[in-house]
Design a binder for this molecule. Structure first.
Ligand code: SF4
Ligand code: ZN
Ligand code: ZN
Length: 299
């Protein structure tokens, strides 16, 4: 099959019914990234990129580096959080170090152990009745925010599948607050950008492969325990039945968001212990840390 430019096609984009050659595929992906971040592509912008070693964050970092490399006075750096997940994160750390060296990007590495006194594996062992991802996500978010001070934006590698999953999860649970706040910036946090919002997961993988981006191709051992993982499987099946459904979910959500945005409660609280933005009087990081200490005290 030929691409519309006349070159040999290497990719079939099911939802658009198009055959694409390597350069048209790359251009198509990069065009959609630029579409999402267009307002911030300018002189002097400072972006901290959260990277995990997985395909999404490395593809994102590669494309952002490509876009901003030639724009004067910009600062693009990477941050990697090592939660302490035995046999998994240490491998990721190696991948990330190699990637940043190759791309000539600054890298900051932060460890749960140094920051909170515990590795995630230890925490999970103490708080056995909690889902590892619920705790991990709260701690990661805290650190990403902490180490992005001084930057204009924090870039997160969520692809279209991740967006569709989160929206669907919130719908199913009737979590209206989650629907409203997802994708919007909360006060007290560094502004977040999600450049891969319009890129389906399979295209991220294909992009990584044809551009020789080496990534960690194994999932976190705790991931299958999460609810999100099951939603992911369901969505995969839905996409097979109806190609393009992830885009429809995202578009539907954006329409809904416009309608309900006016009713949003803008007030923010601060944690009484650490001062971090919180919805209750204590933030979730302090809540979990207190709980860990209590459990340790009581054996
Ligand atoms: Fe943390 Fe869950 Fe992600 Fe593993 S899958 S790194 S436990 S949030
Ligand atoms: Zn082409
Ligand atoms: Zn706190």
């Amino acid at each position: 099959m030929k691409c519309s430019c006349g070159e040999e096609a290497i990719y079939f984009q099911k939802y658009s019914n198009k055959y694409l050659c390597k350069s048209c595929f790359n251009r198509d992906v990069e065009r959609r990234v630029k579409k999402v971040i267009r307002p911030i592509i300018k002189r002097g912008v400072k972006i901290n990129i959260g990277i995990s070693g997985g395909k999404d964050s490395l593809v994102m970092a590669h494309i952002l580096n490509k876009i901003f490399k030639n724009i004067p006075d910009t600062k693009i750096s990477c941050i990697f959080i090592n939660e302490g997940i035995k046999g998994f994160r240490d491998k990721a750390e190696k991948v990330v170090k190699k990637f940043c060296k190759k791309e000539n990007l600054d890298l900051k590495i932060v460890y749960f152990k140094d920051e909170f006194g515990y590795e995630l594996d230890e925490i999970v062992n103490i708080l056995k009745d909690y889902k590892p991802c619920s705790i991990c996500a709260v701690f990661r978010r805290y650190l990403l925010n902490k180490y992005s001070k001084g930057y204009d934006y924090l870039a997160i590698g969520h692809n279209l599948n991740d967006f569709a999953q989160t929206i669907l999860m919130n719908y199913i649970e009737g979590n209206i607050k989650g629907i409203i706040h997802f994708g919007s910036d909360s006060e007290g946090f560094v502004k977040r950008i999600k450049p891969l919002k319009l890129i389906p997961e399979e295209e991220v993988i294909f992009y990584a492969n044809i551009n020789n981006i080496e990534y960690q191709d194994e999932i976190c051992p705790y991931a299958p325990l999460s609810y999100r993982y099951r939603i992911k499987e369901i969505l995969k099946k839905l996409e097979e039945i109806k190609p393009g459904i992830r885009f429809s979910i995202l578009r539907g959500y954006e329409k809904l968001l416009k309608l309900i945005k006016d009713g949003e409660d803008k007030e923010i609280n601060r944690c009484k212990i650490c001062g971090y933005p919180a919805s209750k009087d204590m933030c979730k990081v302090c809540y979990y840390l207190n709980l860990i200490k209590e459990r340790e005290k009581n054996g």
